[in-house]
Design a protein around this ligand. Structure first.
Ligand SMILES: O=C(O)CCC(=O)C(=O)O
Length: 260
């Protein structure tokens, strides 16, 4: 559960960083599973432009018990319910595995424009929880955030595949982002695996390439209010339409799922 000061900080800055939210025994289970999912490279995998380096694993909670228990963990569900003030459902889970040496950047953007235009999400009443599955440092392409930008207007960018091969994201022109950064600066929370960044869908963010020898897997888990259902279908398997409210699971269920 979040303390009132943490909620106030989230509302002020458009994000909240909580180091060490998942204990090592739980996140280790998830890291092992991610290695397996990357090696298996099922249909739900997106590659970098080289066509062979896995970039993201889409909605693995739909077919994998460990990832499902991870996404339903009380460690993230309770805080997000506090932030959106209602029960939530899983809108999408994307494991961004930014591979050592080969992981490519994520261009600056807000999440909500894509969700509004393409997924018909009525309001930005959802939270993107970035859960560190690997340790994140200044070297392996940490998420970068322009704090306070959640208060800016929605900027509908074009679908762009020049950097990100994933054809479903909308990216604003750099001229729109530039003055925001000059005004607000940039932060890049770093920490041990198990740390979590809770981020408002309006907050401008992106991340650089991974030039280090360390993978940087981060789960981008978007939990949406059950009162704010996104009904669009154009992004196909990228989003989920199971609107049932999540019953938060204890951490022990995540470890148990690995042995089931
Ligand atoms: O994984 C990253 O570094 C960025 C992902 C991202 O921008 C997103 O999920 O919206």
């Amino acid at each position: 559960m979040l303390k009132p000061a943490q909620i106030a900080s989230y509302r002020r800055n458009g994000y909240l960083f909580v180091p060490g939210l998942f204990p090592a025994r739980e996140i280790t289970v998830v890291r092992k599973k991610v290695a397996k999912l990357v090696a298996e490279a099922r249909d739900s995998v997106i590659y970098e432009h080289d066509g062979k380096t896995v970039r993201s694993v889409l909605n693995a909670h739909l077919y994998d018990k460990v990832i499902d228990a991870f996404c339903r963990s009380e460690r993230v569900i309770h805080p997000v319910m506090q932030l959106v003030k209602s029960p939530v459902y899983i809108f999408q889970s994307i494991m961004n595995v930014k591979r050592a040496f080969d992981g490519v950047q994520w261009t600056w953007h807000q999440d909500y424009p894509t969700y509004k235009v393409d997924d018909l999400m009525p309001e930005p009443r959802a939270v993107n929880a970035f859960i560190f599955v690997d340790d994140v440092s200044e070297f392996n392409g940490p998420l970068m955030i322009v704090p306070g930008t959640q208060k800016h207007k929605v900027r509908i960018g074009d679908v762009d595949t020049s950097v990100t091969p994933y054809p479903h994201g909308r990216y604003p022109k750099v001229d729109w982002v530039k003055p925001l950064m000059a005004d607000k600066g940039i932060v890049a929370p770093k920490g041990k695996a198990g740390s979590v960044i809770f981020m408002d869908l309006m907050t401008v963010h992106g991340s650089g390439p991974n030039m280090s020898p360390w993978h940087r897997s981060v789960m981008s888990l978007t939990l949406n209010s059950v009162e704010n259902k996104a009904t669009g279908t154009v992004r196909g398997p990228a989003i989920c339409h199971d609107y049932r409210p999540i019953a938060p699971l204890p951490g022990s269920r995540l470890v148990a799922a690995a042995h089931a």
